[in-house]
Design a protein around this ligand. Structure first.
Ligand code: HDE
Length: 698
């Protein structure tokens, strides 16, 4: 007999839900899961044979009557929903937000005033341009979206890992995205901005220059989702009980510090493990290494805003933290992997319009457009105005209204009253004095399709960003521009871009022009506002924000039969003590026999586990094994790439032949494997001083 499955009671009664919960990550209680062990149809009918469809005879035609086959195949045929138009590729994790400093003096939002309160949340990190099956490591902006299930409703902070955006007005978004996505006639390139249509649009859109500088920096090549910053980008408002407004910008700062990969590394990671970031997050959560971010705010008044040398409502501008410092107010901890990828990561519906009392929007025209777009996209993506009923989207506080029916209505609202005001339902939902209020701002002026004068400076912050970088980061940006523009087939687009660069930095323009084989510098376009020489902001660097630590990182230890057991054990201990993990890589999977005849389990086979997957490497080999491995390209590349990607290398004497073959030259990052302390210290950063020996920086 089939076991009957009883849907949980969340459909019964009024449109209200359980009392708010502040416990960590208690989302996703699924009522439709089979709770029995008998395989059944969706109607609860037990299935006796799941291997054979119903046939007229053993070799005859399949019967239309086979409703079990039809139900199963029909459901399968409809398994996919439209992927997100942008940010299709994403990784989601549950966690919580804990407030550590109250903002009660400027806002009534409960989540920002109750110190110590933990609010459950779901965070989703994404790339922008690629489809849902694309690789994790293209050069791309990363989405950083956080849905906080507060006691006053859901608050979605839908940001990116870069604090500015390409365009100033929402009406340009479809153009930008069409330009960066695969070209419509040929269907490629996937997940790449290095093509004509993207650079054509950019070269004709000077307002994008600041963001382009960020996009060409290593910010778009994060080492891990756990090692990137998040930004709300737009100015928002905080409102106190009197309705007084303070502007705010939100920043997430990773506890592990910022870290990025090097372009060559990112390209190779895409081949070695296209799920690199998702797997990294999955492994961290599974190992109990819960990633953490600080939430910090920049608070400022209208008067402070008016004194800035640009308009803070322009989303192509940021406020340097040297100008308005960051105040840390809380922390986000991610600690639970979703129970089901589709149900949660795919169906989560973020909307910047999901906001709570005490927080409000600014007039940033990009934000204003977003307030429309996200609800609209969820309707087409999730197919129903009832998407808020999906457990991942439902508020965890009580909610009730008179909205009814619609596709896939899961609730059964009772009673004859579905309107308000009413006199027939005394206990029905009513407006509340503590409900959401918009700021009573005064708006006047001339209606029109007008771009404010104050939005016309497109180069000053692009210049400031470039000049704030270290020489290494500047060189990476120049190389990125050369790489991207060299993929552009139309010379006039390349020329136009280099023309823009002349307004940002003359040396950068020359460098890129040289890399593109241009004989002379193309003309710079006319500009609407004089380029200002803004004070450099070191806080905009990645290198400046890296932490000297191996914590949360991973080390690949290359071994073979005959490797020295004591050396491997000492390295493993030191790596663990530093808060990192190690993986044993060997020419074959299974086990290797070490110098003392003990056996060691292997985590990864050499050809399938290149050094790009690690932050540092150790090579522990007998002289005999090293000599054999110099004929293996995978072994030589393992070492050569680690060296070229500026990673620390620990090696024992036996490994020498392989190091020589890979062209490794002794430097501060190349340590004797026995010197575990020195190795861990070197591995706590990249070997920037080595860079000039492996690539041209000028
Ligand atoms: Fe989005 N964006 N966006 N965006 N965006 C979407 O909503 C849109 C913008 C961001 O993990 C879509 O659910 C417009 C800025 C993230 O599910 C869509 C404009 C920032 C995510 C949409 C912008 C973002 C999205 C596609 C210009 C950084 C992924 C699917 C006005 C502050 C959220 C969806 C997730 C997703 C529209 C600009 C961040 C189409 C019209 C600026 C992190 O609604």
């Amino acid at each position: 007999m089939p076991k009957t499955k009883t849907p949980a009671a969340n459909g019964a009664g009024k449109s209200t839900r359980a009392a708010p919960s502040t416990t960590v990550g208690n989302g996703g209680e699924w009522h439709q899961q089979a709770d029995g062990d008998t395989l059944s149809t969706n109607q609860g009918l037990a299935i006796s044979d799941n291997q054979n469809s119903l046939r007229a005879s053993p070799r005859g035609p399949t019967q239309l009557e086979d409703f079990i086959l039809r139900e199963k195949i029909t459901h399968f045929d409809h398994e996919r929903i439209p992927e997100r138009i942008v940010h299709a590729r994403g990784t989601g994790v549950h966690g919580f937000f804990e407030l550590t400093a109250s903002l009660a003096d400027v806002t009534t939002a409960n989540i920002l005033t109750e110190v110590g309160q933990q609010t459950p949340l779901f965070a989703r990190f994404s790339t922008v341009a690629g489809g849902s099956g694309s690789a994790d490591t293209p050069r791309d902006v990363r989405g950083f979206a956080v849905k906080m299930y507060t006691q006053q409703g859901n608050w979605d902070l839908v940001g990116n890992n870069i604090p500015v955006f390409f365009i100033q007005d929402a009406i340009k978004f479809p153009d930008l995205i069409h330009a960066v996505k695969m070209e419509p006639d040929r269907g490629f390139p996937q997940a790449a901005s290095a093509h004509d249509t993207f650079w054509d649009f950019i070269s004709l859109t000077p307002e994008s220059m600041h963001m382009v500088m960020w996009a060409m920096s290593d910010r778009t090549l994060p080492r891990s989702l756990r090692m990137m910053e998040g930004f709300g980008i737009h100015s928002f408002r905080l409102l106190d009980a009197e309705g007084k407004s303070t502007f705010v910008k939100f920043h997430w700062r990773p506890k592990l510090g910022l870290q990025s990969t090097i372009w060559d590394e990112a390209v190779k990671i895409a081949g070695a493990d296209s799920d690199f970031h998702r797997r990294d997050m999955f492994d961290a959560i599974s190992n109990g290494d819960f990633p953490e971010w600080e939430l910090a705010v920049q608070l400022f008044t209208q008067e402070q805003a008016d004194a800035l040398p640009f308009d803070h409502l322009d989303p192509t501008k940021l406020i340097p933290e040297e100008t308005i410092p960051l105040k840390v107010i809380g922390r986000m901890v991610l600690n639970r992997w979703p129970g089901n990828f589709f149900a949660e990561t795919e169906q989560v519906a973020f909307c910047p319009s999901h906001i709570v009392p005490g927080i409000d929007f600014s007039n940033d025209p990009l934000l204003q457009g977003r307030l429309f777009s996200y609800l609209d996209t969820q309707l087409s993506r999730l197919g129903s105005p009832n998407f808020h009923q999906l457990p991942i989207n439902a508020p965890k506080c009580p909610f009730a209204n008179h909205q009814r029916d619609g596709h896939m209505q899961m609730e059964q609202p009772k009673g004859r009253v579905a309107y308000e005001p009413n006199s027939l339902s005394a206990d029905g939902p009513r407006e509340s004095a503590s409900g959401f209020r918009s700021m009573a701002s005064e708006e006047n002026g001339t209606k029109g399709r007008i771009r404010a004068e104050s939005f016309s400076d497109h180069y000053s912050q692009a210049r400031q960003f470039y000049l704030s970088q270290t020489v290494h980061e500047q060189a990476h940006m120049a190389s990125a521009l050369v790489f991207e523009l060299s993929k552009v087939e139309h010379p006039h687009i390349r020329a136009a871009m280099v023309g823009h660069l002349r307004h940002i930095d003359a040396k950068l323009a020359k460098r890129v022009a040289g890399g593109l084989g241009m004989d002379s510098l193309p003309e710079a376009p006319p500009i609407a506002a004089t380029v200002q020489d803004l004070e450099p902001s070191p806080a905009l660097q990645i290198i400046g924000k890296m932490k000297d630590t191996l914590a949360g990182r991973s080390v690949g230890v290359l071994v073979a039969d005959g490797s020295d057991r004591a050396t491997i054990a000492a390295l493993a201990k030191a790596i663990k003590q530093a808060g990192a993990r190690h993986k044993i890589i060997a020419p074959h999977i299974g086990e290797v026999t070490l110098s003392d005849q003990s056996r060691l389990a292997v985590d990864g086979q050499l050809a399938g586990t290149p050094s790009v997957l690690f932050d540092a490497v150790a090579i522990v080999l007998s002289a005999e094994a090293a000599t054999a491995l110099i004929r293996e390209a995978a072994a030589v590349d393992f070492v050569r790439d680690a060296f070229g990607h500026l990673k620390a290398i620990a090696a024992d004497a036996g490994a020498r032949a392989l190091l020589d073959k890979a062209g490794v030259v002794k430097d501060a990052g190349v340590q004797d494997a026995a010197e575990t302390g020195l190795f861990v210290q070197a591995a706590s950063t990249r070997q920037w001083q080595r860079e000039t020996t492996v690539r041209t920086l000028s």
